[in-house]
Design a protein around this ligand. Structure first.
Ligand SMILES: [Zn+2]
Length: 579
């Protein structure tokens, strides 16, 4: 916003100046800082959030009491600002004493009773009514509304539609139903008391620690999570579900579906226990949360969401056994599960870094397919992901994967953060090998568990494990934009027994797209008997001749990057003999 305003002011000034001056001015080069969406500045470290919540279905209100404990992150503070969008605030107390505050409908600025120093805890109590249905609505292609909390069929007027409540926090929408520091680099433990009519079931993060019937026909369920997570991962779900129990290593798993799908619940969420084992073992980091619940809700605004230990899915996954044979839910189940390490345990510091969540979740689909269905099925899926990225790059252009210059944070949910993010992890794995790749993932998780991360933290973990320098890889794939477009021709020299490949990187370089990508890759040669020999080369020039030696006969086929592992396009002319 600041940049835009400054540009407009300059233009207005110039139009009122005499013509000659305008001409002179127009020749001057104007320098501007590039657009930069910084990570949120943290004044406080949020420690614990306790919420006591009831619902007014008729008005679609959340009647809440919040108890928030925090401490100044470093610098002493005498005011506290919390995100709280569209609330009626009844009362605020600081350490049990009535406090004064300013509220503009978006942020509450609370006057603390004194200055608090780092390490000193301050408790803020807020009695409020949230009106998520009355706040202005935004959203994105991936998450079509940012209301935060949704009442489905609240008056029970729609036939054949259950009455439900569910929340969608990502990106910064949970502050439409509880006050918090609604940024991904914040983190808090939580306890949520949900009072609902006794006929409804509830779901939230962590463990259900109590459930008590009240005299007025309601019931209060208390959900508690003692490990901290980001505010956007808080979840509340209310509805009449069939709840099917399962378990993994003694940890409860629940599948919550509509009653008529009860007998299909385990098949809908097929392989959940196997996937928990697979990812825990692959990462050598056991699933870190209290439970794993998966719930299907009506009119959900996205595909699914990795709310910590309480994953919500849209009703499109709700199918019968026969439908599931042709079209199972493995990819989306794996994707949300992998987020419990990449997203929930380590969390992108800002939305510019979203690929640190989504790239890994996207790649988990490949990993599960490779494990369960074999390399061929996994590669088929991966090539589809590559096509998805290339298609979007053609139509919408490219941007750096770590995209500090976005216009709207919701734009980050695109084929870059997801597809490209997953594809470059696959490239990295090919370069350093399986053992190093997963050891690097493990180090990254352990070094950064329960904190927010930037892309360099992943690089440092990979460098520490392998002893290699990866600035070149991070610079070209994470921080630059685009991908190489190669044009290749080859000739065989029978006298020298060499194969010469002429390789041109023909993509258009820009300020963001490098002229030269560094591309370690395999070249496969097949002789007339179909015997394969593989040569490892590095393409690292704009225009380059690669000479492969000891090629004893003219190959019948020459294939660069035969496994299509590199994020690029390749235009490789065949020789006349090969045609
Ligand atoms: Zn995801």
């Amino acid at each position: 916003m600041t940049d835009q305003t400054m540009v407009e002011e300059v233009i207005v000034e110039e139009t009122v100046l005499p013509e000659t001056v305008v001409t002179a001015k127009a020749e001057e080069k104007i320098y501007e800082l590039p657009k930069y969406n910084e990570s949120a500045t943290r004044h406080f470290d949020l420690l614990d959030t306790k919420l006591d919540i009831k619902f007014d279905w008729a008005n679609q209100y959340v009647i809440g009491k919040a108890n928030i404990t925090s401490t100044p992150l470093f610098y002493a503070q005498s005011k506290m600002m919390l995100d709280a969008v569209g609330f009626d605030i009844k009362e605020i107390k600081v350490n049990n004493r009535i406090a004064t505050y300013d509220y503009d409908g978006i942020d509450i600025t609370i006057n603390l009773d004194r200055e608090y120093k780092r390490g000193e805890k301050v408790n803020v109590y807020i009695d409020y009514i949230a009106k998520p249905n009355e706040a202005p609505i935004g959203g994105s292609a991936a998450i079509t509304s940012d209301k935060g909390l949704f009442f489905i069929n609240p008056l029970g007027e729609e036939a054949n539609k259950p009455m439900q409540i569910w929340t969608q926090g990502e990106t910064e929408s949970n502050s439409k139903w509880f006050p918090t520091f609604d940024k991904p680099n914040e983190r808090t433990t939580q306890e949520i008391s949900l009072t609902v009519q006794d006929k409804y079931k509830t779901l939230s993060n962590g463990k259900k620690v109590s459930s008590n019937k009240n005299s007025d026909g309601t019931r209060t369920d208390v959900w508690k999570q003692t490990k901290p997570h980001a505010p956007y991962l808080f979840f509340v779900g209310v509805g009449d579900f069939a709840e099917v129990e399962d378990s993994w290593n003694g940890m409860p798993l629940t599948y919550m579906v509509e009653h008529k799908y009860k007998e299909h619940a385990k098949e809908i969420f097929d392989h959940t226990p196997e996937m928990l084992s697979f990812f825990s073992e692959k990462l050598e980091y056991p699933y870190p949360w209290d439970k794993y619940s998966q719930v299907i809700m009506r009119d959900y605004v996205s595909g699914a969401m990795e709310n910590t230990s309480a994953v919500i899915f849209g009703e499109f996954v709700q199918k019968t056994g026969r439908e599931l044979i042709d079209n199972d839910n493995d990819y989306i189940v794996a994707h949300e599960m992998m987020h419990h390490w990449f997203g929930d345990l380590v969390t992108c510091e800002s939305w510019a870094n979203l690929t640190l969540n989504e790239g890994f979740a996207n790649y988990s689909e490949y990993l599960w397919a490779e494990h369960h269905d074999g390399a061929e099925a996994a590669d088929f899926h991966r090539v589809n992901e590559l096509r998805g990225y290339l298609g979007s790059a053609r139509q919408q252009g490219t941007h750096p994967l770590i995209h500090f210059g976005y216009d709207d944070k919701e734009e980050m949910f695109d084929a870059h953060s997801y597809n490209k993010g997953g594809l470059i992890l696959h490239m990295l794995r090919n370069i350093i090998g399986d053992e190093a790749f997963f050891a690097g993932c493990n180090k990254y998780l352990k070094d950064n568990e329960y904190t927010a991360v930037e892309a360099d933290e992943l690089r440092i973990a990979m460098e520490d494990i392998t002893g290699m320098d990866f600035n070149w890889f991070w610079d070209q794939w994470f921080f630059a934009a685009g991908h190489p477009e190669l044009e290749v021709t080859h000739t065989y020299d029978a006298a020298d027994k060499t194969l010469i490949l002429d390789v041109i990187q023909k993509h258009e370089p820009t300020n963001e797209i490098p002229a030269i990508f560094v591309l370690p890759m395999a070249i496969d040669l097949y002789d007339s008997n179909g015997t394969l020999s593989t040569f490892n080369v590095t393409v690292n020039n704009r225009n380059q001749s690669l000479v492969l030696e000891n090629v004893t006969s003219a190959p019948s086929a020459v294939v660069m990057d035969g496994t299509a592992s590199i994020l690029m396009t390749i235009d490789h002319a065949k020789t006349e003999a090969e045609l």
